[in-house]
Each structure stands twice: as structure tokens, then as C-alpha cells.
Design a binder for this molecule. Structure first.
Ligand SMILES: [Fe+2]
Length: 242
């Protein structure tokens, strides 16, 4: 079966709609969302409503839990915190209840799904360095995990107890005896130097993963952020992919 795996939409309706259009051609059997529907972008309510209908299931990101008071937002940087407080005022009761119900992880056979890391997902750790990757693999419940959170596509592989390797993040054929942690990047705020929306397609029959990039109307999303009175940096970063 073909999975579409989306993460980190962050209230960017333009990016989400472009990905929706792309999904019509991909026709995945299941759609999973790895968290952070809200924060930074100007249309959090609309994005949650779409994701609720679109996805087979979703898990929580730190911004989602932050928006409904389920995680401490004092650890967020001041701008991100201001966006969370802005978002909090704009969510319907129904969508707040939806965010509160989201779990921190999901499992499907040997495949696990987290927003942050397999080790203590509630701590919202980032996975950037090899020591962090070794730690994550120690907690990996099966052979494969999909993650988001850093907004940077990444494919890490570990054969047995050997050193973790970083593979090119665009595509991989999964080999038996090798375990993988794959970051699917971000739909609404990519931070790998490219502005296009990113999401992952995984075929669990063929054991193939592919990162997709989808251009969208970045200027329209930027304009909405500025009109909403959110920090201008949230708009600027979208065109630079930072
Ligand atoms: Fe995020």
C-alpha cells in the first residue's frame, strides 16, 4: 500500500492545498499527518479542518499541544510563542478538542510515526547530530520510523549495531536487515533551503520511499502572514526555505 506522510503544515493553507492537488495524482491508500498543523502561518483553523477530513490519522506536534495548553510554551522562542498565543485565540472549540485528542505516536506493524524522536517524543527533541541519531535508533520500536519536527528532509540508516549513516534524503529502497528513520520534511515551512512544500510517499509493498516537492503560491502565504500582523520573519523565511 502507498502511504502519503505529511508533517509540519503550520497554518500554511496555500502549501497544504498544493499538496492536496498533488495527492490527487498520487492516490495514496492512507494519509498520515505527523503533527504541527498550526503555528507560524495565518490559517491554522482552516488547516486543521482540512487535515481532519483528509488524513486517516494524525499525531500531535509541539505547536499543536502548545496551542491547547498541553505542553509548556515557555521553551519556545519568543516569536514562536507569540504565534502560538495568536493561534490559540483563533481556533474553534471543535478544532481545539481535536488537537487535544491527538496522540504522541502511532504504530502500524513495524512502522512507527512520531513528530519529534522515538526516544521520549513528549520532550520534542530534535534529531540533527549522529549522537542524537544513535539515541533515536536505540528507542526505535521496529525497522522504520517516520518523523517531522526539524522541517529538514533526512534519511538515516543503521545496519545491525553499526554506525548510523545519513543517506541522500530524496529517495531510498529499504533493505532487509537495515533500520531507517526518515524525516519527511515540512509542508508549510521547509527549512532545507528550498521553498517548495515537502512530503513523503512510502510504498510498504515495494519498500520504497520518495520525498516529493510541490511548488505553491509562496507570495500569497506571505501576504496573509503580514496582513495577520504576525512577525515578518515568518513570511520572509518561506521564500528562502529557512
Ligand atoms: Fe514544526
Amino acid at each position: 500500500m502507498k502511504w502519503a506522510i505529511l508533517s509540519d503544515v503550520h497554518g500554511n493553507l496555500e502549501a497544504l492545498q498544493a499538496v492536496l492537488q498533488d495527492l490527487r495524482a498520487e492516490k495514496p491508500g492512507k494519509i498520515a499527518f505527523l503533527g504541527d498543523a498550526v503555528g507560524y502561518g495565518a490559517e491554522p483553523e482552516e488547516c486543521i479542518s482540512i487535515l481532519r477530513d483528509l488524513t486517516d490519522w494524525a499525531i500531535a506536534g509541539n505547536h499543536d499541544y502548545g496551542a491547547v495548553g498541553l505542553t509548556d510554551i515557555e521553551v519556545f522562542n519568543p516569536q514562536a510563542r507569540s504565534a502560538i498565543l495568536w493561534t490559540r485565540e483563533r481556533l474553534s472549540e471543535e478544532n481545539q478538542a481535536y488537537l487535544r485528542r491527538l496522540p504522541l505516536s502511532r504504530h502500524d506493524g513495524g512502522t512507527a510515526f512520531f513528530h519529534a524522536t522515538p526516544n521520549q517524543p513528549e520532550e520534542w527533541y530534535y534529531l540533527f547530530t549522529f549522537p542524537e541519531a544513535e539515541e533515536a535508533f536505540l528507542s526505535l520500536p521496529g525497522d522504520l520510523a517516520f518523523i517531522g519536527h526539524s522541517h529538514r528532509p533526512l534519511i538515516l540508516a543503521q545496519e545491525g549495531t553499526r554506525e548510523v549513516e545519513a543517506c541522500p534524503p530524496e529517495e531510498v529502497g529499504l533493505k532487509p536487515g537495515v533500520r531507517y528513520i526518515i524525516n519527511v520534511g515540512s509542508v508549510g515551512q521547509p527549512r532545507d533551503g528550498r521553498p517548495e512544500a515537502a512530503y513523503g510517499i512510502y510504498d510498504d509493498g515495494e519498500k520504497r520511499y520518495l520525498l516529493k516537492r510541490v511548488p505553491y503560491d509562496v507570495q500569497a502565504a506571505q501576504k496573509k502572514i503580514l496582513q495577520a500582523g504576525l512577525p515578518a520573519f515568518f513570511a520572509q523565511r518561506l521564500s528562502r526555505g529557512i
